[in-house]
Design a protein around this ligand. Sequence first.
Ligand SMILES: NC(=O)c1ccc[n+]([C@@H]2O[C@H](COP(=O)([O-])OP(=O)(O)OC[C@H]3O[C@@H](n4cnc5c(N)ncnc54)[C@H](O)[C@@H]3O)[C@@H](O)[C@H]2O)c1
Length: 286
Amino acid sequence: MKDVKGKTAFITGGASGIGLGIARAFGLAGMKVMLADLDQAKLNAAVEGLKSQQIDARAVVCDVTSRGEVQRAALQTVDAFGKVHVVCNNAGVGAGGTLGEVEPRNWDWVIDVNLKGVYYGVETFAPLIKSHGEGGHIVNTASMLGLVTFGGVEPYTATKYAVVGMSEGWRQQLEPFNIGMSVLCPSWVRTSIAESGRNRTTAYGGAVEPQPHPISDMVKAAIAGGFDPDIVGERVLEAIRANELYIIVGSDIRAMVEARFKAILEGCEASERSPALMRAKKQGAP
Ligand SMILES: NC(=O)c1ccc[n+]([C@@H]2O[C@H](COP(=O)([O-])OP(=O)(O)OC[C@H]3O[C@@H](n4cnc5c(N)ncnc54)[C@H](O)[C@@H]3O)[C@@H](O)[C@H]2O)c1
């Protein structure tokens, strides 16, 4: 989608961090933006800030763990702006820990926000974009932890690998309708994600303060030295215009991706040398 001026974008997690950076980049390029988020106070501040930059911004309170709330937010966006062209399923939270010590309710919370929130968004908005026939673009926020991982972040990385896989598949399905699909995989970005326990709703045990832990302390330090969310927003806009599938932000990802794919290819080579598989092949297996 090259021509974004005058088009409308819907952005979840739009009240802060990367979502707000995306909204700003879109707005400065002449798009109208609807921010969707749990946090009413941050939404109000975000809309006020965008309006001060002459951006046509509105907000809707929406918890992406509820398919009904995502559908209601979609209707409000269509009521407000007529059509939606670009959707960023970006709301996300983080939780992890040592094996065996991750609270079951944290597994549920992270999966419901980061994974279900994304497919609720795609399943709700793709038909709306198809219906006006003008084409559009969907960006799902994963992470570099959707491409590579390390120990201690399993709930988070499970959802982000899933978002990468779903986006690769949906891209094929949406292409005939002139709807692009990208998956945003940033390295560290200077946001409040390390305090995402503030967004844990009562269904998952309520808000929780960050607890000291070697992994969360490392993540916090990395985030503090990360990219400015406004730069990530600009990167997302570039990628929509170029219809990139993987929106990578950060050169530090390359070496880790190469190491992971090298290990996967070693698995393929071991399979090709496998006596068990060679025997099976002789007997007609694929
Ligand atoms: N910050 C990083 O280093 C980094 C790196 C890679 C990917 N990401 C991803 O970027 C996305 C945005 O996170 P961020 O870093 O800007 O953090 P952030 O905490 O600043 O922003 C997340 C936003 O999502 C909202 N939110 C949380 N739960 C919600 C829910 N159930 N419904 C609706 N809104 C909800 C929050 O209120 C907040 O405004 C997330 O998907 C995150 O996983 C972040």
